[in-house]
Ligand binder design. Structure first.
Ligand code: ATP
Ligand code: MG
Length: 390
């Protein structure tokens, strides 16, 4: 079977087009363990393989940059064979209840004796003759028979939507602050959709948070890795930092101080990994701590841009996206997060930066960061397996 890959937005990127296409081909290749043949010609990508159709579609639907996938038949370059296949497709669609159709032809192969309008007319009349009751509607047909005339001819009528966006790896790297909640995996997915490679950073408060809580984040990362091929996840030991803050700072400031420490550590990891931005799952006003004042105070510890792709989304919209991606069912499993372990009774929700900086004065921030990083674990997570790398 042959699959014609549509990749709309790429076509707009005139100068970079070839780079984007090559990356897309490379990403498709990496997704298949078995060899598939990938043909790139004249603004089209074709994937040729005998592997199970559902499996192939399942994988292709998770490659960013693909807008549509059209399972196509390869047909001998002869107007009779092309028409016969077109009639077969039309008959199946007629039996499914379709009443109108049109034929659309692209003919990069100019050596073919008929031009596109002639091919459309020829196939159209063959279908009309052989299937009484069918009619042509060029404006709003129930389905379209697409024909591409190349070295061979390709025929297709079905288009399965892909996830769109840009090929992963065409827009640099970012560090995703990944909790076990609903929001941050969605934020990561949306960032990856724009072609950005993600490095996960999770803060773990063992033994206050369990091994299961860590497993949950690994499972979430694995779902994201199905869209990325693989993802590197830092599991950062956060317990000592939380204890230090608890012992040395006003309780009502603990939440915001923890957030600043998370940002500092993520900043450090980003620099080591060559990532140029941080990503969080925050959305303005969603919970008391997600105020503009809080975001201002947390941003102040890093000069990397902080992306918050969910900023304008309602919870319900985020949840439906999480369901679509496949992270929701994992996110709602009831495991504790490090932020829920040391929650103050009356947290500051509109922090002032001067007072927060004052509260940090007695801390040795540098050594807190060093200690946390030295006790961290780095895990490489593939769409399927989990392997320790360091
Ligand atoms: P989420 O659903 O992503 O957990 P949330 O609604 O629970 O978000 P907060 O707890 O305020 O919101 O966290 C805000 C953001 O801070 C998260 O979206 C995530 O990016 C980051 N974050 C929170 N806890 C952690 C953690 N343990 N490890 C890494 N990042 C975290
Ligand atoms: Mg959370």
């Amino acid at each position: 079977m042959l699959y014609l890959i549509k990749y709309g937005e790429l076509a707009l990127k005139k100068q970079n087009r070839s780079f984007f296409e090559r990356k897309l081909v490379e990403n498709i290749k990496k997704r298949f363990e078995q060899d598939v043949e990938i043909i790139r010609e004249n603004g089209r990508i074709f994937v040729k393989t005998d592997l199970d159709k559902e499996m192939v579609l399942g994988k292709l639907k998770k490659v960013f940059g693909i807008v549509g996938i059209c399972p196509a038949q390869e047909v001998e370059l002869d107007i009779n064979s092309i028409s016969e296949h077109a009639v077969n497709i039309a008959r199946k669609m007629f039996e499914k209840g379709c009443k109108t159709f049109k034929v659309e032809t692209r003919r990069p192969n100019k050596a073919f004796p008929l031009d596109s309008p002639e091919i459309n007319a020829y196939i159209g009349s063959r279908v009309l003759n052989e299937i009484p009751g069918f009619s042509v509607d060029v404006h709003n047909p129930d389905f379209v028979i697409n024909v591409e005339v190349r070295k061979e001819a390709y025929i297709y009528s079905e288009e399965i939507p892909g996830c769109g966006g840009l090929p992963l790896g065409t827009s640099g790297k970012a560090c995703l602050l990944l909790s076990g909640g609903i929001d941050s995996p969605v934020a990561g997915w949306m960032t990856m959709k724009r072609g950005v490679q993600i490095i996960g950073v999770h803060f773990h408060s063992f033994p206050f948070t369990s091994e299961r809580a860590k497993e949950k984040v690994i499972d979430l990362t694995r779902v994201l890795a199905q869209f990325a091929g693989s993802i590197k996840l830092y599991v950062v030991h956060f317990t000592d930092i939380q204890k230090d803050l608890y012992e040395n700072c006003p309780p009502k400031m603990i939440t915001i101080l923890m957030r600043r420490m998370m940002m500092r550590i993520a900043d450090r990891i980003a620099r080591k990994e060559g990532a140029l931005a941080l990503v969080t799952g925050e959305s303005i006003g969603q919970v008391a701590s997600q105020t503009i004042e809080s975001m201002h105070v947390t941003n102040a510890v890093t000069d990397l841009p902080v992306f918050r792709p969910l900023i304008g989304m309602d919870k319900q919209e985020i949840i439906s996206k999480a369901r679509e991606i496949g992270t929701y069912e994992i996110s709602i499993l009831p495991y504790e997060d490090c932020c829920t372990v040391f929650v103050p009774k009356h947290p500051v929700i509109r922090p002032r930066i001067d007072l927060i900086e004052e509260a940090e004065k007695g801390l040795n921030i540098e050594s807190m960061i060093e200690n946390a990083l030295s006790k961290s674990e780095i895990i490489k997570i593939e769409g399927g397996d989990v392997n320790d790398v360091e």
